[in-house]
Design a protein around this ligand. Sequence first.
Ligand code: ADP
Length: 483
Amino acid sequence: MQDRLTDRGLWRTRALVGGEWIGADGGTTIAVEDPATGDTIGEVPDCGAAETERAIAAAEQALPAWRARPAPERCAILRRWNDLILAATEDLARILTAEQGKPLAEAQAEIEYAASFVAWFADEGQRSHGQEVPAPTADRRIMVRKEPVGVCAAITPWNFPAAMITRKLAPALAAGCTIVLKPAQQTPFTALALGELAIRAGVPAGVLGIVTGDAAAVGGAMTASPVVRLLSFTGSTGVGAKLMEQSAPTIKKLALELGGNAPLLVFDDADLDNAVEAAVAAKFRNAGQSCVAVNRILVQAGIHDAFVDRLAARVRALRVGPGVEDGVEIGPLIDDKARAKVADMVADAQDKGATLVAQAPAAGRFTAPMLLTGMTPEMRAAQEEIFGPVAAIYRFETEADGLALANATPYGLAAYYCTTDLHRAWRVGEALEAGMVGLNTGAISLAMAPFGGIKQSGLGREGGAEGLEEYLETKALHWTGLG
Ligand code: ADP
């Protein structure tokens, strides 16, 4: 892998603790596979609680100096980090595709998206204004200050190995916090390369730690530590709930980006071309392995058949293969377990009456993009995240029926709808139970907009002004005796 990089120094294979690149105490490693081939591309330290505790101690030690740095200085370092990431886009994308599988073009787009969080928070970090509140008596002043939360921990998933990291690290560092990151076991190399660039940009030793290794051991040490004041997690609702429970004894602040079950409502008055494009964008990006991927496509009866025909043609034409091949649009799923889960869900839907209308050519390690119609709420794919390239279509009659179906889930991350009726656009946009709603678009992830869910999809927001706020505490300073 290293030989394929222009900048070989980006291939980091050790954990980052207290500014040093270290191996696991026991010398053990975890192998990382290329999901397109199953070949091992490298190994990283299999760290546990002890290494994590040392990274937390280093972050605690580095905190006073980092939080005391003027915000413009911290943000200048972030701007350098952004520039270095963008300059290394091609190398970072190669690493990302090698460990995650997505097409190179998508990996490059993710690196640019990841950098956009660094750029955004490099600006936003200079605007953590407090305020003065008018006091009830003449001798008192009330100042409201924003202060960094302190030492933070982050746990990130494999589906966006770069962007899920920068949207936690950048606001934390901008706010004056220090942070220890545990990247997903499947995709540690992108995280380590980003760490290397952070050091080159001037992030001081200890301010950023990256611990690769056993999820339960590292996560356990992070949640148990009284030093860690905030945990930011992106992943499944089940693991999120567990981390919340583990964080309860030390009353940590929590930012949880959990599972979704996004609906896309296509109304009779939708622009057909636009609706099909929105469905393709929101369903097939990253082979459907996204928490905001459309999980249920709800189509009104009047436009149903025309929409299905058009989407079927698009699905049949999707090019599946290794992410490094030119023109490939759908890469492999992350591992055998993911492939088996998608296959089970499709079989369950077919057993319960769904029809497989279209499929793209795919073989071996690659899961074929599929289009299913006749979906019903009893099917597994209606209740759980498919996390694969399967478009599942449900038919509905009235707007009220469609909305009820869309909201009939304990999740509330993203929702999408297509309509050209202005009144319906307002009504439905307000009625959809989700943290993010896209009208006539399948793309809702941008650094300047708050990203996050309601219901069992999580707590807090990332990106936007809100994303910085997560890493800040509010202090009320009361001064009295002023005459
Ligand atoms: P996914 O199914 O997408 O892998 P997970 O929630 O299992 O979602 O994983 C998201 C992140 O959470 C990964 O970094 C994973 O290693 C981590 N993780 C999984 N189980 C635990 C755990 N018990 N404690 C801490 N982190 C965990």
